[in-house]
Design a protein around this ligand. Structure first.
Ligand SMILES: *[C@@H]1O[C@H](CO)[C@@H](O)[C@H](O)[C@H]1NC(C)=O
Ligand SMILES: *[C@@H]1O[C@H](CO)[C@@H](O)[C@H](O)[C@H]1NC(C)=O
Ligand SMILES: *[C@@H]1O[C@H](CO)[C@@H](O)[C@H](O)[C@H]1NC(C)=O
Ligand SMILES: *[C@@H]1O[C@H](CO)[C@@H](O)[C@H](O)[C@H]1NC(C)=O
Length: 380
């Protein structure tokens, strides 16, 4: 047993001589490594900046406000999502914030806001797609449809995500004017929109984009149909309870399909003076959408109105509704004779043969014929 102990004892005696050398070697190596690491770290911090990775990740937690954009962009960029959560009251207030300095401190390309007031789908959309093609940046599109309708335009469409928060609107009722004001208010949120035109799903453009754009932008007047009709369907619908805000001599009638500039669009959205009078005293058989805007704008800015609509419509068949054109109606002759020929009107005080830029009403069945004839007659 003792012999057996010896080699271990001898081993124990021999170890202190061998180990310190190995330990020292390891220690020195460790120290050198530590030193190198420290030096490298210091240089890394100095030249590559630990602050860029650590401090920036810290900042948003400490001072989040400093990271909001403070340039002009946040005030002039149109909302990226049209489906906001604002009530009409909030929206109208927001839309009527108007700059008091007339010169824009940024490069502003004026746009036309095409506002579609529809029940549901836009059957003539392919025609409009071709009309808008290549003119990006000069127009914006807004669609007010029945709230129950869910649009399914593909992401490449000009109508994709252009729906605004909508409510039920009925012809001849104030809810129709509310929808039109809602369209105007949403379009006013984009400072680049300068002209605002109301269209329906059965409307078509009668010229190419450039012609229509230049006609609107160049006009001194806004195109609101407004005439003084002495008969039972005109003055006959006036109610004396509207006094003193609305005198019968100011009472006007006109088609609801208007085109207004930015200034008049604000007048329409901001109105709280005439609105209650029309709400209470213009009910069927007084059709408020034929009287409210024409009368209100005549009182407030009569001199800025062309007193005619840009939208051609055929009342020649008589009755309560204008004619609707289907596939069989859309022919060469139709365009030449009925729509373009013999037009005469005033444009900026000058005689003009171009009076209408849009026409209605076209049924979905007319699409194919329109699509074929468009290059020849509509210019696109
Ligand atoms: C648009 O139509 C007008 C004539 O109405 C024509 O002179 C012009 O070249 C057309 N513009 C484009 C871009 O097609
Ligand atoms: C309505 O306006 C006319 C002039 O345009 C005026 O003579 C008349 O007194 C006005 N009526 C009322 C009730 O104010
Ligand atoms: C439109 O009618 C109003 C009066 O209702 C008038 O002041 C204005 O001059 C007319 N506009 C044009 C272009 O004639
Ligand atoms: C427009 O044309 C009519 C005749 O067609 C003429 O009497 C009138 O003076 C013209 N107006 C202008 C402003 O040129």
């Amino acid at each position: 047993m003792e012999e057996g102990k010896d080699p271990t004892a001898g081993g124990r005696v021999g170890q202190p001589r061998v180990l310190p050398q190995r330990v020292l070697q390891l220690l020195v190596l460790f120290l050198v490594l530590c030193l190198t690491f420290s030096i490298v770290s210091i240089y890394m911090i100095r030249y590559f900046g630990i602050n860029s990775s650590v401090v920036t990740t810290m900042k948003p937690i400490l001072v989040p406000c400093n990271h909001e954009p403070v340039g002009l962009d946040r005030w002039i960029e149109p909302p990226s999502n049209l489906m906001h959560g604002m009530s009409d009251e909030e929206l109208f207030w927001r839309a009527t914030l108007v700059p008091r300095v007339s010169k824009y401190p940024f490069e502003r390309v004026p746009k036309v806001a095409f506002m579609f007031l529809t029940k549901g789908p836009l059957p003539l959309a392919p025609l409009w797609e071709r009309f808008f093609k290549g003119h990006e940046g000069k127009y914006s599109i807004y669609i007010h449809s029945l709230p129950s309708y869910e649009a399914d335009f593909p992401s490449g469409s000009v109508f994709y995500k252009r729906q605004i928060p909508s409510q039920v609107s009925e012809w001849g009722r104030m809810s129709m004017c509310d929808a039109e004001r809602r369209l105007l208010a949403n379009a006013l949120l984009d400072f680049s929109n300068e002209r605002f035109v109301l269209l329906s799903e059965s409307c078509i453009p009668l010229f190419n984009f450039t012609t229509i754009y230049n006609y609107m932008m160049g006009s001194k007047y806004s195109f609101m149909g407004a005439f003084d009709d002495p008969g039972p369907y005109g003055r006959g619908r006036y109610n004396e309870n509207m006094l003193p805000e609305v005198n019968i001599s100011d009472w006007r009638k006109g088609s609801q399909w208007f085109e207004v500039n930015r200034k008049l669009a604000v007048y329409v959205v901001q109105d709280t003076k005439f609105y209650p009078k029309f709400l209470d005293f213009c009910r069927p058989a007084c059709y408020v959408d034929e009287h409210y805007f024409p009368t209100m704008l005549t009182i407030q800015a009569g001199g800025l109105l062309a007193n005619r609509s840009l939208t051609w419509v055929d009342w020649s068949r008589g009755g309560a509704h204008p004619a609707t054109f289907g596939a069989a109606d859309v022919t060469d002759e139709f365009f030449m004779r009925r729509i373009y020929e013999g037009q005469r009107c005033l444009y900026n005080g000058q005689n003009s043969s171009v009076c209408f830029l849009f026409a209605r009403k076209f049924s979905p069945s007319a699409l194919q014929a329109l699509f074929l004839l468009a290059p020849k007659f509509l210019g696109f």
